[in-house]
Design a binder for this molecule. Structure first.
Ligand code: FE2
Length: 256
């Protein structure tokens, strides 16, 4: 694994970063449950070839399984379970043809909008992973008025709601107690690994670190849309907070 990581460092821009024997790779995480690697479905990978390149990087990092989660969003990405499974099959076949050893599966990242609530109300199939976990996100800027109702409806229907990157919602900044209240309603948290190096913003980094400090993280994900995200992961792996997050009882491994 170390040899593989050396290769990654040579490729990345972080040449001044030195790794030591303590260097952590991602084989401790085993399973990534949030990414946009499936081609042509959202703002992630736009071709099968590009997806293959990303999968190759995950293998180098030591991942054993990817649960890929295209956006499902009424305004932009009206993806369906059938369409997503079709792309999964294409990528699985391409990975198999390469002879690579990694399991590929899919779920989705549902945007909390009317379109989603209608699906829930109509009992349409929703894509989940593991023990009926459902990954969802909200607007980054505007607080959704129906958050509580949506969580209640999800849980009443047997889903376990997992909020994607709670550290990235600016409307929650300075309102950490509201994040705690969300958890009281049964919401689980997935933070983005790259938040720990401040990839998105200083604010996101601070909230992510606080969530880690208070042991309020069930899942970590790459949320990788492209190779820039993959490259940043290498830098994150060297932060003390990454080490800290790996000491939490993360549920990623449950998904293997
Ligand atoms: Fe995402």
């Amino acid at each position: 694994m170390l040899a593989a990581l050396k290769k990654i460092f040579a490729k990345s821009e972080s040449t001044e970063t030195e790794y030591t024997e303590e260097f952590l790779d991602f084989s401790d995480v085993m399973v990534d449950m949030h990414s946009h690697v499936l081609p042509g479905l959202d703002d992630g990978s736009d071709s099968l070839e590009y997806s293959l390149g990303m999968v190759e990087e995950y293998i180098r990092f030591g991942y054993k399984k990817l649960i890929m989660t295209p956006h499902i969003m009424g305004d932009f990405y009206k993806n369906t379970p059938t369409g997503i499974r079709q792309k999964l099959k294409e990528l699985q076949n391409a990975v198999k043809a390469k002879g690579w050893d990694i399991e590929l599966n899919c779920a989705a990242e549902y945007y909390l909008d009317e379109w989603f609530l209608k699906k829930l109300e109509d009992s349409e199939e929703l894509l989940t992973f593991g023990d009926n976990y459902l990954l969802f996100e909200t607007s980054f800027l505007n607080e959704p008025f129906n958050f509580k109702e949506a969580v209640f409806a999800l849980r009443s229907n047997g889903y376990k709601p997992v909020l994607a990157h709670p550290e990235r919602y600016t409307y929650l900044y300075g309102r950490f107690d509201d994040l705690l209240r969300m958890r009281d309603t049964g919401v689980l948290f997935q933070i983005n690994i790259n938040s720990l190096i401040g990839y998105y913003s200083e604010g996101a980094k601070r909230v992510a670190e606080k969530l880690v400090d208070q042991k309020l993280v069930e899942f970590i994900g790459t949320d990788a849309h492209h190779n820039k995200h993959m490259d940043a992961l290498v830098k994150t792996a060297n932060t003390p907070y990454f080490k800290k997050v790996l000491d939490l009882p993360l549920r990623n491994k449950e998904l293997l």
